[in-house]
Design a binder for this molecule. Structure first.
Ligand code: FAD
Length: 456
């Protein structure tokens, strides 16, 4: 007998309930990845994530080969390809991880219908991509949690399942496979210059190194921009190279304030997913509409994208994004608030730019964090404006982060680097660095007026 293990956001052999269930269901398993036209057509395949995904697939293929199998790669519409592979191999069941985006929910429904018509079973598995599945905990009023703190309280009480042992053997039947794609096969355009290597092996190595020391300092240091003291595990969690269940179990075992704060942060993934599962439309629509009439500001948006707003901390973070396909969480908060509140530009414009570059770019986390910052989401302080100069004082006190990312300002010493407009005129003239695109106070006041109904 044959079962299909359809890999999606769970590109790993360790602690993978989908792979385990497929192996338990049949003598042979088709470990299948479909390069899905639907994902490409949704504009979701961009060079940075394509490069990382190609690494993940090669790594997964290697892990399966070490277990006597291999990865089967197909290309096309995911539902049609799964049906075809099932037909070719006589597979009786298809195993898949539950996922929450509108696209994933549609995919699951379509697969269910097509397989049912050929009397095959679709088995959808929970707690593959998250720790606590959407719907497993609900507020008294049912539905989803709209506020993180009460969600997290309940989340912390849920027993986390034991990670599964990884399989020794993965017997794969004879079936046609395309060759493993490279990043360039998957997306047109050049990736960012400095990207992390994808794959389960690399993810496990980084997770082990993180839990072996740095995590203990996370509570004190995670907001220090120059210190760069976060795990950088987000791309591995996004592609499922790492099991969130296993990561949380291992971090909990480390214990102490650092690991506790880290686990709390990982719970935000689950929070965003339970919200999106209930309301897939909030990937595009305001969760809490505020009657915003966003401004267009094309020139200022272009400056924001290029990291040339004239606000060094904003620009440093935007350049980190372009260079590494990753940005520090504090930088994401500062740059998103700058766009959505101080410039008062539609959060969707910024979210799109982030999705174009982030290796961890994720519908749930990106869109809902953008909404959170823009004050149209689950934040309990929707009108709070994050001031880049105040943030500079708190999180880049000496200016090291700015000097690292904005070479035009590298010669300016100390905190003066955050206010280049105050430098002597002759120094300013020498620097190829722009004047601020917008006055902070004006932007802030305009935003507050708009939100209080004064600018309708
Ligand atoms: P760590 O601080 O080490 O945290 C550990 C893990 O917890 C992360 O890897 C991530 O999986 C999870 N996590 C941490 N913070 C959050 C959060 N606020 N929401 C959800 N999960 C979180 N994260 C993404 O994974 N993909 C995105 O597309 C994304 N877009 C964002 C956009 C904006 C505007 C903002 C403010 C945040 C966004 N985040 C996103 C959340 C967060 O910034 C990143 O997860 C984090 O910076 C990744 O770095 P790290 O792995 O070193 O995080």
């Amino acid at each position: 007998s044959v079962a299909i293990c359809l890999f999606t956001a769970d590109l790993r052999v360790h602690d993978n309930p989908v792979l385990r269930a497929a192996l338990d269901a049949a003598d042979q398993v088709v470990p299948l990845f479909v390069v899905d036209d639907g994902v490409r057509d949704a504009g979701f395949v961009v060079p940075n994530r394509a490069a990382f995904l190609a690494d993940c697939l090669a790594d997964l293929d290697g892990a399966l080969r070490r277990r006597g199998g291999r990865l089967v790669v197909r290309r096309g519409d995911v539902v049609a390809e799964v049906a075809r592979v099932a037909e070719e191999t006589g597979a009786g069941s298809v195993h898949l991880a539950r996922d929450v985006s509108a696209y994933a929910q549609r995919r699951e429904a379509r697969l269910g219908r097509v397989l049912e018509s050929s009397r095959r079973r679709l088995c959808v598995h929970d707690s593959v991509t998250v720790v606590v599945p959407p719907g497993a905990i609900t507020p008294a009023s049912r539905g989803h949690f709209a506020v993180f703190t009460p969600y997290f309280r309940k989340w912390s009480d849920v027993p986390v399942r034991e990670p599964l042992a990884d399989p020794d053997k993965v017997p794969v039947p004879a079936v046609r496979s395309e060759r493993l794609p490279s990043g360039a096969d998957l997306a047109d355009g050049a990736p960012s210059p400095v990207l992390p290597r994808g794959g389960e092996d690399e993810g496990r190595r980084r997770a082990a190194a993180w839990l072996d020391g740095p995590v203990t300092r996370y509570a004190d240091r995670h907001d220090d921009l120059a210190g760069d003291a976060t795990s950088r595990l987000s791309p591995y969690l996004h592609f499922g190279c790492l099991s969130a269940v296993e990561l949380v179990r291992r971090a909990t075992a480390v214990g102490g304030p650092g690991a506790t704060a880290f686990v709390r942060q990982v719970a935000w993934r689950d929070f965003n997913r339970q919200l999106l599962a209930d309301h897939p439309e909030v990937a595009h629509e305001d969760y809490r509409p505020r009657g915003d009439r966003w401004r267009t500001e094309e020139a200022a948006v272009a400056a924001w994208r290029r990291g040339r707003t004239g606000y060094p901390l904003v620009d440093a973070a935007m350049r980190q994004l372009a260079e590494q396909g990753w940005m520090h969480n504090r930088g994401r908060l500062i740059t998103a608030s700058f766009l959505a509140k101080i410039m008062y530009v539609d959060w969707r414009v910024g979210a799109r730019h982030f999705l174009d570059l982030l290796v961890d770019g994720d519908v749930a986390n990106n869109q809902l964090n953008w909404q959170w910052v823009a004050g149209t989401g689950a934040s309990t302080r929707p009108n709070q404006v994050i001031d880049p100069l105040v943030q500079a004082r708190r999180f880049d006190r000496r200016g090291d982060y700015v000097r690292r990312w904005v070479p035009e300002l590298a010669e300016i010493e100390g905190a003066a680097v955050h206010r280049p407009w105050l430098l002597p005129a002759e120094v300013r003239r020498r620097l190829d660095y722009p004047d601020p695109v917008i006055d902070l106070d004006e932007g802030r006041e305009r935003f507050h007026r708009a939100r209080s109904g004064g600018e309708r």
